[in-house]
Design a binder for this molecule. Structure first.
Ligand SMILES: [Zn+2]
Ligand SMILES: [Zn+2]
Length: 160
């Protein structure tokens, strides 16, 4: 069995340090989300989330407080300090969306798209050429997971 620490490529922690995060794979995709829910969850004018295969991410000691305010969407927060940790969406099975701001490598994790751009705050101007989805970017997010799955299956065939 591979040494888990050696295969960790992404690390993070909440504000108070009680919750640690580690991931054994790089994110499948990284997205800004301008929706009002993500704004309230993070308290920031825009949220950014890194999508991971949920089997690749470990929260220790655990994922903290679980909150379901809308059916099918579970948000998690450090049980001590309340830092937003992750979102899980029934319509995006197998993925966990970790808040980019709690990751140690955030500077290298540039978003690739804007989701829910129609809800963007009018005074917030992010000058980039990224694709902007007026509403959900669900199709792009699930495509990214599917193509990554194909790539890693191919890679494991090549190793075999
Ligand atoms: Zn904390
Ligand atoms: Zn959102």
């Amino acid at each position: 069995m591979a040494d888990e620490a050696a295969s960790t490529v992404i690390t993070g922690r909440c504000y108070c340090g009680a919750t640690k995060i580690s991931a054994t794979q790089v994110p499948q995709t990284i997205a800004y989300c301008h929706c009002t829910d993500c704004r309230r969850v993070t308290g920031a004018p825009v949220a950014a989330f890194a999508a991971f295969d949920e089997t690749a991410v470990t929260f220790s000691p655990d994922e903290g407080r679980k909150v379901v305010a809308n059916p099918g969407v579970m948000r998690t927060f450090c049980a001590i300090c309340g830092s937003p940790l992750a979102g899980r969406y029934e319509y995006l099975p197998g993925q966990v969306y970790v808040a980019v701001g709690v990751l140690d490598q955030a500077n290298e994790l540039a978003p690739q798209l804007h989701a829910h751009d129609s809800q963007r705050l009018q005074w917030l101007h992010i000058d980039d050429d990224l694709e902007r989805f007026p509403n959900t970017s669900r199709s792009r997010l699930t495509d990214a997971a599917a193509s990554l799955g194909k790539r890693s299956r191919k890679a494991s065939r090549n190793r075999a």
